[in-house]
Design a protein around this ligand. Sequence first.
Ligand SMILES: Cc1cc2nc3c(=O)[nH]c(=O)nc-3n(C[C@H](O)[C@H](O)[C@H](O)COP(=O)(O)O)c2cc1C
Length: 237
Amino acid sequence: MPVPYGSGIMHKENQFEEMSDNFDKFSKLRQDYDQGSLSKKSVLPNPFDQFEKWYEEASRSTIKEPNAMVLSTSGGNGRASSRMVLLKGFDEKGFLFYSNYRSRKGQEMAVNPYVSALFFWDVLEQQIRIEGTVERLSAEESDAYFKLRPRKSQIGAVASAQSEVLASREQLEEKFDQIAADYPEEQQEIPRPEHWGGYRISPYYFEFWQGRRSRLHDRICFNQRPDGIWSVARLSP
Ligand SMILES: Cc1cc2nc3c(=O)[nH]c(=O)nc-3n(C[C@H](O)[C@H](O)[C@H](O)COP(=O)(O)O)c2cc1C
């Protein structure tokens, strides 16, 4: 049973000793950044083109999953929540990902379409922040993507009531096996559950961040004006 923080069970002196050890450990973690630079002149005028340029570079690097991004949402109570999702495509209209519409994030996005996405590519010392509004893809678009998924991922999507409490791991595995048994033939198509599908984030804000020496990082941001034109600015690091 974990001891609740602040319960007074731990001896105070030990507690401070442990905390200062902790500070020491973290304060020694220092990294200077010198891989690249970014300016209002060097950045491409359209943020989608700049995203594509950096994404291509990230894809050619050693990063295992450059398409992994942190998606932050908040529902009606205004409390933020974040988790990783995989970017599955992008074009001039937005950034696509797939999930369960009934999940925690799905419920939050149904109430509040304002979301943010964050990419962090540590070997390139870069982050990209995107803010925008989210909408569901059409059933046809979600079907088309679902069909492309490996069969076991399709079964997993059907089997998992994402974000709901599970009694046990076994319960999930039994559900998986039962669905696999319902569709024994490889060529038998597994239908996409109605509550599973795609989203598109339509951004109104981008920030491209490049780590620099002495914490003097480059931050170039794009804000979309009401006439659709992107205005560019440099932010203090
Ligand atoms: C690298 C990585 C990629 C992931 N990609 C997805 C994804 O594309 N869609 C998804 O629903 N969950 C994905 N997950 C799982 C989510 O992070 C999360 O656990 C799940 O969606 C439930 O989140 P929620 O309860 O806040 O809705 C991924 C996790 C990791 C670590």
